[in-house]
Design a protein around this ligand. Sequence first.
Ligand code: ZN
Ligand code: ZN
Length: 265
Amino acid sequence: MRMKSIASGSSGNSIYVGSDSAHLLIDTGVSKKRIEEGLKELGLTGNDLSGILLTHEHSDHVQGLGVFLRKYQIPVYATQGTIDAVCRMKNLGVFDTSLLTPISNEERFTIGDIGVLAIKTSHDAADPVAYRFESGDVSTAVVTDLGEYNDYIIDSLKGLSGVFIEANHDVRMLETGPYPYELKQRILGRKGHLSNEASGRLLSVLLNDKMKHVFLSHLSHENNMPELAYEAVRLEIEMSDNEYHGDDFPIDIAYRDRPGMTVEV
Ligand SMILES: [Zn+2]
Ligand SMILES: [Zn+2]
């Protein structure tokens, strides 16, 4: 499978995951133009997409949806809660809501040759999910926007070959930074975002011999820095009691303001 971040961070998210015959876009939280530019690096256009999957309705994940669907009639998969919330968002403008297809975390479904599993996450949205993708014996996942993780999430993410995993903030930067108290509490809370340390701990239990590439994702602009995220995650892997070391796997950053490299796993 191929993996590529088009944009990732608190200001906008859109990630590509695909096989030879199916091309999926996870979230449309940046402009149509930026999505088109990212797809172009893959040799694709919007018309080549097999489906769009939404994780949840926060604007950094859906703000480009209306404009994109007015140009490209691509089926959109999301939980019913996310669909209802998206349909209430006036700022997305008018688009063909018949493209919205409800999915549930209880049932795997397929788009082309890619099996898709939605995984419920703990986040302050209507019905948020992460996604696992399977093609042949390769599995990848997009796991961002979650305040905490549990055994269900860990079990759902076993045996991955590649993952986009949230490393949202450095706790000290957030605590001493400029955000208002309520927002800090929200981000740090059970329905907020994973810190660098929590990201490293989750990654430590997901590492396996098949893992080929890790992208630290959804980094906060105000409360994190790529080097901090990278070092904190590597340290957690070193400190964990699994057999792996921080430099056993390529760990890259999915950037906020530009597409990342295209990786084949
Ligand atoms: Zn987000
Ligand atoms: Zn969110």
